[in-house]
Design a protein around this ligand. Structure first.
Ligand SMILES: N[C@@H](CCC[C@H](N)C(=O)O)C(=O)O
Length: 280
């Protein structure tokens, strides 16, 4: 799998939330924080919001016990090297890679994550649907951006979110720095979504991601945004079309689970330079 050219990589994105995929079935790569940071840096590396290592669950030391050993596991890292439990755009791109590489048959396939196994379906039109599990509200909190105060709900989508619905022009918000958050409610940090209801079942969202910064999309964030938008409309279940900077996804929230449907694109493939990999 790893030639003298250095490790293989594939670059992909889901609604412009972009990832470097590293095939590493047996867990041979030393995926240090420094290597992830260098890979994700657009100037000294390839540039991406995160890294998706493709590894058998049985080869990963910290894989959850309920993920079978032979399942392909999405070992997700944020651009700063930190590990996150789940990535909704990443899991679609990951599934597309598995099928493209002949590691899984088209149709429905399981993907292991630190939030558990996520069933994924690849549609004939190229879109991908992920069963994201039940998104749970676990509190209320506040934040601010560009002089605006926001009230929001804390939502667990496998990873933590603060989703704030308001009637603010989202284009006005400066998200270059992380919006403040309550460290007691979110002891491990938080992804913050700003959500504006549009016509009908459409909503607009911008996001500041933990471990990355502002991204052009966040799949788990769109699920949290939908939960918050439904709640603001007095509902617990329903569907929203979520418009993010990088495109559009569809989210359905039921009494027992949630689904996320959107594109998954593979852009390029190659090998890392072995000298660069040794000294990124
Ligand atoms: N972009 C992802 C979420 C990635 C993880 C997040 N930054 C965290 O630290 O929880 C998505 O599409 O869900």
């Amino acid at each position: 799998m790893h030639s003298s050219q250095g490790p293989e990589f594939v670059k992909g994105h889901g609604t412009q939330n972009d990832f470097i995929i590293l095939p590493d079935p047996d867990g041979e790569l030393a995926l240090t924080d420094e290597r992830v940071q260098a890979l994700c840096d657009p100037h000294r590396g390839l540039g991406a919001d995160g890294v998706l290592r493709v590894i058998r669950a049985g080869a990963l030391e910290d894989a959850p016990a309920d993920v079978p050993a032979d399942v392909w596991f999405m070992d997700y890292r944020n651009a700063d090297g930190s590990i996150a439990e789940m990535c909704g755009n990443g899991v679609r791109v990951f599934a597309r890679y598995l099928v493209d590489a002949g590691l899984a048959a088209p149709g429905e396939l399981p993907v292991g994550t630190r939030a558990g196994v996520r069933p994924v379906r690849i549609h004939d039109d190229g879109r991908v649907t992920v069963d994201m599990g039940q998104a749970k509200i676990f509190g209320e909190s506040t934040t601010s951006a560009s002089g605006h105060s926001f009230a929001g709900v804390a939502v667990d989508v496998g990873n933590p979110h603060l989703a704030c619905v308001g009637d603010v022009d989202l284009a006005e918000l400066d998200l270059k720095t992380a919006p403040p958050h309550d460290h007691h409610l979110f002891p491990h940090g938080v992804n913050v979504e700003f959500v504006r209801p549009l016509e009908g079942d459409h909503i607009q969202m911008r996001v500041h991601e933990r471990g990355v910064g502002e991204t052009r999309s966040c799949g788990t964030g769109t699920v949290a945004a939908t939960v918050a938008a439904l709640r603001a409309a007095g509902a617990e279940t329903g569907r929203r079309v979520v418009h993010v900077l990088g495109g559009t996804v569809e989210v359905e929230v039921t009494a027992t689970t949630s689904t996320l449907t959107g594109p998954a694109v593979l852009v390029a493939r190659g090998n890392l330079d072995p000298t660069w990999w040794q000294r990124p």
